[in-house]
Design a protein around this ligand. Structure first.
Ligand SMILES: C[S@@+](CC[C@H](N)C(=O)[O-])C[C@H]1O[C@@H](n2cnc3c(N)ncnc32)[C@H](O)[C@@H]1O
Length: 226
């Protein structure tokens, strides 16, 4: 797939960034903290489906020692990532298309990206095998994934409270967020997206030679065993 092919599906880069910047998801902060406090000093780190670069930039705020790379196929996301790319390299394209250009990294991040990257058992194992090959032996895999369908009404209430914007501004933002949430729910119901709860991740990763290091809610850290 070319970067432009991702444009329609993920045309919500701006809203996602706003929600990130306003810290509307508390457990995203937990994930960022987990990565920032456990990646070894001087490590190389790859953020697959890193979107607008917000998460990587937050990690680098406290970890300038890391050699960081963002991999992202969507042009609207890339446009935003380029504006905050001080401190990290950008690789444009999908994991599958760019795999030959990737080295091996000490740590890999998959934040709200794995769900969209493969459907069905075989494809899922192939994706995880590919990711595993891009990790150094004993390298760490940091995963943060949606594990349930969105309850759209309660998301709207939570967002209103969190963003505290004038009603008109909120309505115009909601017009872009709501279809993205509906698209996610429809994709899950159609089997196009995969929900990874703890059990699903263990079932997918442990047979591929990963051990679980730690887990906190929807944030999971695994290590390649060799
Ligand atoms: C929901 S966004 C999350 C972005 C960012 N990680 C975050 O949490 O803010 C999912 C991202 O995965 C990217 N993506 C989807 N399929 C991909 C693939 N095969 N390889 C790399 N990235 C992919 C999308 O373009 C999108 O930016």
């Amino acid at each position: 797939m070319k970067p432009s092919d991702y444009q329609d599906i993920y045309g919500y880069a701006e809203s996602l960034d706003l929600l990130n910047e306003r810290d509307c998801s508390n457990d995203l902060g937990t994930f960022i903290e987990l990565v920032s406090t456990t990646v070894p000093n001087g490590a190389s780190i790859l953020d697959i489906g890193g979107g607008s670069g917000y998460i990587l930039a937050r990690i680098l705020d406290s970890r300038q020692d890391l050699a960081a790379t963002l991999l992202e196929p969507s042009e609207p996301m890339l446009e935003r990532a380029r504006t905050r790319a001080a401190g990290f390299a950008i690789l444009e394209g999908s994991l599958q298309d760019q795999s030959d250009k990737l080295e091996q990294y000490d740590a890999i991040i998959l934040c709200r990206a794995l769900y969209a990257m493969s459907t069905g058992h075989q494809q899922r194992q192939a994706t995880i095998r590919l990711i595993s090959r891009k990790l150094k032996p004993y390298g760490r895999l940091f995963i943060h994934e949606p594990d349930a369908l969105y309850d759209i009404a309660s998301f709207e209430t939570r967002m209103k409270h969190c963003l505290d914007m004038p009603p008109d501004a909120f309505q115009s933002l909601w017009q872009t967020v709501k279809p993205a949430l509906e698209r996610f729910n429809t994709g899950v119901r159609a089997g196009e997206f995969t929900l990874y709860d703890a059990q699903m991740l263990d079932q997918t990763l442990l047979p591929e030679g990963f051990t679980l290091l730690t887990r906190n809610g929807r944030s999971h850290v695994y290590r390649r065993t060799s």
